[in-house]
Design a protein around this ligand. Structure first.
Ligand SMILES: Cc1cc2nc3c(=O)[nH]c(=O)nc-3n(C[C@H](O)[C@H](O)[C@H](O)COP(=O)(O)OP(=O)(O)OC[C@H]3O[C@@H](n4cnc5c(N)ncnc54)[C@H](O)[C@@H]3O)c2cc1C
Length: 491
């Protein structure tokens, strides 16, 4: 088996690894991003609140504060280049009482000290004028106009696709199992081929401690803090337009009401320590906690409009700050660990920060002339009727609607598979198919067939999110062929 030799190996294709590999793809370097799951963004970067935080919450002087504010500033240009789903909708932090108004002023001071621009305190009336569906009981608010919302996995797909288009290599289903330091770098053992790398960046999220320990660095101690999130139907679109925060607690930014880029309303997250890194369950206790708090902000929220729930795990370190630095064991092994919230926001700035650390490690970085920052994808629902018709005429697959709830065409699903999706979840996250009211009830069999055709695999091998989660078995091939014949006859 050949041993690829690279300048920089990035371990973990969450938002941090993805942002870093994209930033590094501006330079003349041999780059490799490895991910143990079958797709990128299948870790914490898939399941979070999707907020681009303004940077008001983080303690002045921390890396979190510095990189959150910078990350937030980078988003508008990044979204214009990469075409991921992002909106600068602004945020309001609300005070429920006169006493809380004092805390709100302190929060504004903290934000200003962090360099957040455009902050303004709002009276009760101003707050209600901006967001009429907020509770009439609220005493006032703090407006942070630079805050935004993003579809987190879309961001990761965009970053990795653009990095690959600029020459970086991506290997999914590739788990780093051991690392040996050599004279000029590292020899890395994986479940597939070995890899030689001059520099390694550990962006393994919750598993950052384990990956660091592979070179004998035991300084990274992480635990998982779970956050449950609850998503409401799109018919609530516009209930609030800005992300609504209560005042923060000691360990979290509190329970929020979040308008998503796709027009849903989401409430969450909880913040409870769990002992198991696989514990992604949601609970009645979680729902009760979230719903009770969210209704104090927006009383019109009704359980009947809830469509789904999920949970994500924050990788929490022991210092309260991001742990981004070369390891004490080797200057060529850089840890990006403890990237809890606001890691999604900070990721583009974390990437810039790590590039500087890589330069310090002695690796020569030369700018690439031909770097292309642009990525484009077809999203039928974003086009006007004339553009849609032109596209369908050019390629009829864009006229064949597969997901009726979200209006996703066969052409978009095919594109998603060609862009890297190999599973139902991969298609769902890239196109929104199966994310609507029926949650995949109608479109799943059709998407299985498209995956099967594109990947040249039997339908029984198509899985939800990797080996072990296949959906079909038994006498399926004949059944599918029968259905296909029937469909043809009725066409
Ligand atoms: C509920 C919740 C809400 C949040 N909300 C927000 C928010 O609104 N805004 C915000 O800014 N931040 C938010 N965050 C934080 C944000 O989601 C994280 O900071 C960010 O996603 C962390 O990204 P990451 O790349 O470090 O980790 P991950 O996304 O977990 O990526 C690490 C990757 O490494 C892979 N990996 C691990 N070990 C190995 C190995 N040995 N070999 C190969 N691959 C490996 C994993 O499979 C994984 O894909 C939230 C977090 C949670 C849990």
């Amino acid at each position: 088996m050949s041993t690829p030799e690279v300048d920089v190996l990035v371990v973990g294709a969450g938002v941090v690894g993805a942002a870093l590999i994209r930033e590094l793809s501006r330079y003349e370097l041999k780059l490799l991003l490895v991910e143990k799951e079958v797709d990128v963004s299948f870790g914490t970067s898939k399941a979070n609140s999707g907020i681009v935080h303004s940077g008001i919450h983080d303690q002045t002087g921390t890396l979190k504060a510095q990189l959150c504010v910078r990350g937030c500033q980078l988003f508008p240009e990044l979204a214009a280049e990469l075409g991921f789903l992002y909106k600068q909708n602004g945020a309001v932090v609300v005070a429920r009482s006169r006493e809380e108004l004092v805390k709100l002023e302190k929060l504004a001071e903290n934000g200003r000290a962090n360099g957040v621009k455009g902050l303004s305190l709002l009276s009760r009336e101003e707050l209600r004028r901006l967001e009429p569906n907020l509770s009439a009981e609220l005493a006032g608010g703090l407006l942070a106009p630079s805050g935004g919302i993003v579809v987190p996995f879309d961001l990761v797909f965009a970053l990795t696709e653009n990095a690959v288009a600029n020459g970086a290599k991506l290997l999914v289903g590739t788990e780093v199992l051991g690392i040996k330091e050599e004279k000029d770098g590292f020899l890395v053992r994986t479940n597939r081929q070995p890899i030689r790398a001059k520099v390694i960046v550990n962006a393994a999220g919750l598993y950052g401690g384990e990956v660091a320990a592979m070179i004998g660095d035991h300084s990274i101690q992480l635990y998982a803090r779970k956050g449950e999130e609850y998503l409401f139907d799109r018919k609530l679109e516009g209930l609030v337009r800005r992300t609504v925060f209560p005042l923060p607690s000691a360990i979290s930014k509190g329970i929020l009401v979040i308008p998503t880029v796709d027009g849903n309303i989401m409430i969450g997250p909880t913040a409870h320590r769990v002992d198991n890194d696989d514990d992604l369950g949601t609970s009645l206790a979680g729902w009760n906690e979230i719903y009770t708090e969210a209704r104090k902000l927006v009383p019109a929220l009704q359980p009947a409009d809830l469509i789904t729930a999920f949970a994500g795990l924050r990788a929490v370190g022991t210092t309260g700050d991001f742990l981004i630095a070369p390891s004490h064991v080797s200057p060529r092994f850089i840890n990006a660990a403890g990237i809890e919230s606001p890691g999604l926001t900070a990721a583009p700035a974390i990437a810039e920060y790590i590039v500087e650390l890589i330069k310090d490690s002695g690796l020569k970085l030369r700018r690439k002339r031909e770097f292309n920052p642009i990525r484009s994808v077809v999203r039928l629902r974003d086009l006007n009727p004339r553009e849609q018709a032109a596209l369908m005429q050019k390629d009829p697959a864009y006229g064949q609607i597969i997901c009726r709830c979200e209006m996703v065409s066969a052409g978009e699903i095919r594109d998603a598979i060609r862009r890297g999706a190999t599973t139902l979840d991969g298609v769902k996250l890239r196109t929104r198919s199966g994310m609507g009211r029926c949650q995949g009830g109608f479109c799943t069999p059709k998407i299985i067939r498209l995956l099967s055709d594109e990947l040249g695999l039997p339908p029984e091998r198509i899985s939800k999110n990797g080996p072990g989660s296949e959906l079909l078995f038994g006498r399926l091939r004949e059944d599918q062929e029968e259905t296909a014949k029937e469909e043809k006859q009725h066409a």
